[in-house]
Design a protein around this ligand. Sequence first.
Ligand SMILES: [Zn+2]
Length: 222
Amino acid sequence: MIKVAQCWDDGVLNDVKIAELCRKYNAKATFNLNPARHKAKERITDQWNFKGYITGRLAWNEIKTVFDGFEVASHTMDHCNAGEVDDKVFLTQAVGAKNILEDLFQKPCCGFAWPCGKYTPETMKLLREAGFLYGRTCENVENVLDCDDFMALPSNCHVLNENFWDIFEKAKKSGVFYFWGHSYELMEDEKMWREYEDKLKRLNEDPEVEWINVVDIVKLKK
Ligand SMILES: [Zn+2]
């Protein structure tokens, strides 16, 4: 058996497609959100672009519907970076998003993803004390359970890693495979979306695969 987890950052417009595909293939997913980066009633469609593709942000009032049934996690209120703002401000940012998401989804939200993958020993400690169970970094390892401290939780690979399936095979030894990405990286590229759908399909058809949420990874460490 291999347990598989995935997460997606920033609450951008393409997350709608990710969520739809995950529902279609019975896949779990965690979405890392910045509550202060959304307008209440309208989508943001003029923000920064990725390789010419406008990433956009969902309207806050559609967040609950889009991510219904999935896990959500704090990615700070407005995507500030650890070590670049005062530690107390960073803590308020991280916990502020946690509280808003818990109120909205009416369930505990103990996951965290470090904006831009930046973290410091001090902010790791503060977030742990605030009740977060993990903080996802942008580092990749062969065995995610090898990490000493889940407040610096690596993944196995990015979703677009060209060695995705080799990494998946190698991860079988540890019993967990965890990948992540930004849905805007798939842009409107039909080939990339087809490849992502193929991944979900193949994982769904694999009798050895059991989907878990990212927060479940921390429970697997012996
Ligand atoms: Zn981000």
